[in-house]
Write a protein that binds this ligand. Structure first.
Ligand SMILES: O=C1C[C@@](O)(C(=O)O)C[C@@H](O)[C@@H]1O
Length: 255
């Protein structure tokens, strides 16, 4: 059904023959909130924590971000930490960070030893995607190149193209989130996921957002998606359901 490409981070394996890793977002606006939130979410035992740093009020201050990342690491122990700055255009918060500031911050985080994975949007337009990716390779930080379409579900062909292009740039994993407007859109996303899992050499993460797309967050792994986003404390995108609900289903869908 799928390729055997796996990415291992700490004790989590991201691979199409496994259950989807459960990733829970943290949206605290400062270090104190973030730590409290992390403790609460950790009690629900997700595989991955995603620090959605676009919510962080001191994002322009590299030192504050590094300190918060370090504090987070000491609280979360061996749990995988994914760092994401989601742009407004792709469903994130508005930030005052310039592209150059963002690159400097990501560069510092990669060598900080605090984060395990980094989400970079395909559309980020960094002057040097390649340089960041090379540095991440050297430090063992896995790069997810992502793309969100909050308007629609593009055709299967277009979606596959996007994933393949991001694989070619050097992503360790590739991610797509789309907005469905019909059951057909949902089917098409799942079908595309299966094709991508078979034809790409890196693991894929996909989801359809909103109410119509909830099923993709539950059964996406049966079509080859290696990660699902679930609520520990607060949702970070439409259609996410609680960690407990995903875990309950995975008991029945996985060996
Ligand atoms: O890329 C994603 C996926 C997501 O948008 C979702 O739909 O669950 C949630 C975001 O926090 C994350 O960065």
């Amino acid at each position: 059904m799928s390729n055997n490409k796996e990415v291992c981070v700490r004790e989590v394996t991201f691979g199409a023959t496994h259950r989807a890793a459960i990733c829970s977002p943290l949206i605290g606006i400062n270090s104190t909130q973030l730590i409290e939130e992390a403790k609460l979410v950790l009690s629900k035992d997700p595989d991955v924590l995603e620090w959605r740093a676009d919510y962080f009020e001191s994002l322009e201050d590299v030192n504050e971000v590094l300190e918060a990342a370090d504090a987070l690491r000491s609280v979360i122990g061996n749990t995988v930490l994914l760092f994401t700055i989601r742009s407004m255009a792709e469903g994130g918060q508005s930030t005052t960070l310039s592209k150059a500031q963002q690159e400097t911050l990501l560069d510092a985080l990669i060598s900080s030893g605090s984060i395990d994975m980094l989400d970079i949007e395909q559309s980020a337009g960094f002057t040097s995607h390649t340089q960041l990716i090379e540095k991440a390779n050297r430090y063992g930080v896995k790069i997810i190149i992502s793309k969100h379409d909050f308007e629609k579900t593009p055709s299967k062909e277009e979606l596959l193209q996007i994933l393949k292009a991001n694989e070619a740039v050097g992503a360790d994993l590739v991610k797509l989130a789309v907005m469905p407007h019909s059951e057909q859109d949902v089917l098409s996303l799942l079908e595309m996921t299966q094709e991508a899992a078979m034809s790409l050499s890196v693991p894929v993460i996909t989801m359809a957002m909103g109410k119509l797309g909830v099923s993709t967050r539950i059964i996406g792994d049966q079509f080859g998606s290696v990660m699902t986003f679930a609520v520990g404390h607060q949702a970070s995108a439409p259609g996410q359901i609680p960690i407990e609900s995903i875990k309950n289903i995975q008991k029945y869908t996985q060996n």
